[in-house]
Design a protein around this ligand. Sequence first.
Ligand SMILES: C[S@@+](CC[C@H](N)C(=O)[O-])C[C@H]1O[C@@H](n2cnc3c(N)ncnc32)[C@H](O)[C@@H]1O
Length: 242
Amino acid sequence: MSGAPPDPDIARAALPAAYADWRNSALGRITDALEERLLLDRIGPARGLRILDVGCGDGVLATRLAAAGARVTGLDASTKMLAAARRRADAAEVELKLVHGDAAALPFDDAGFDVVLSVATLCFSDAPRKPFAEMVRVAAPGGRVVLGELGRWSLWAAQRRIKGWLGSPVWRTARFRSRGDLLGLAGDAGLGGASVTGAVFYPPLGLAARLMAPLDPAIGAVTTIGAAFLVLDATKPAATPA
Ligand SMILES: C[S@@+](CC[C@H](N)C(=O)[O-])C[C@H]1O[C@@H](n2cnc3c(N)ncnc32)[C@H](O)[C@@H]1O
């Protein structure tokens, strides 16, 4: 993406209000439900898992996973987002550990999580290898890295690029990635069994979402082409005996 260099502080400051508006819209509710369904499907049974959500935002997924019995830690660079996540977890009466930090320097020991998750966060990094390597470092051998990102070749990414060009502080800094980009990240980091699945095959319009959402899982079962939301699921190799 062309334009000014990334300014993560401006982007982060603008996010909580934008997210509240999104979640209150019909398009947001329908789309979030499809994305969450795909992510939960990829993660599988959560009970007992140690899960780290990198860029947890206002904590929707982290709270859902904690309610399903996982031991969840959410990390975010925005104190506003963390405060929103705290309110959400408290309202749901679930235990959620929240940590302020940077995805590129995770404040955790090696190999402490069964699943390291990150949704719509790496798109705010123009050098994703560092945060991705950090996610791999803190995943346990045999554990998984699950990454949800906005698909590069989707109408949604095109719309956000235009918003960025028009001055949106959030989307001005974003970088969108393809299925190949995500598989390349996993391969370069030495992860195995990598797969990418997609959801949200309609354009960013409420009517299109209402009409097409029921068909979305069936389309996602056969292709990722045109998907606005891509999920990478990859496994850190188990430790080899000495
Ligand atoms: C678009 S929001 C996504 C939030 C949440 N994962 C979701 O899907 O609802 C991106 C989040 O990533 C956080 N973020 C961006 N860059 C980050 C970084 N380098 N380290 C940690 N968090 C970051 C932002 O503060 C924001 O909460």
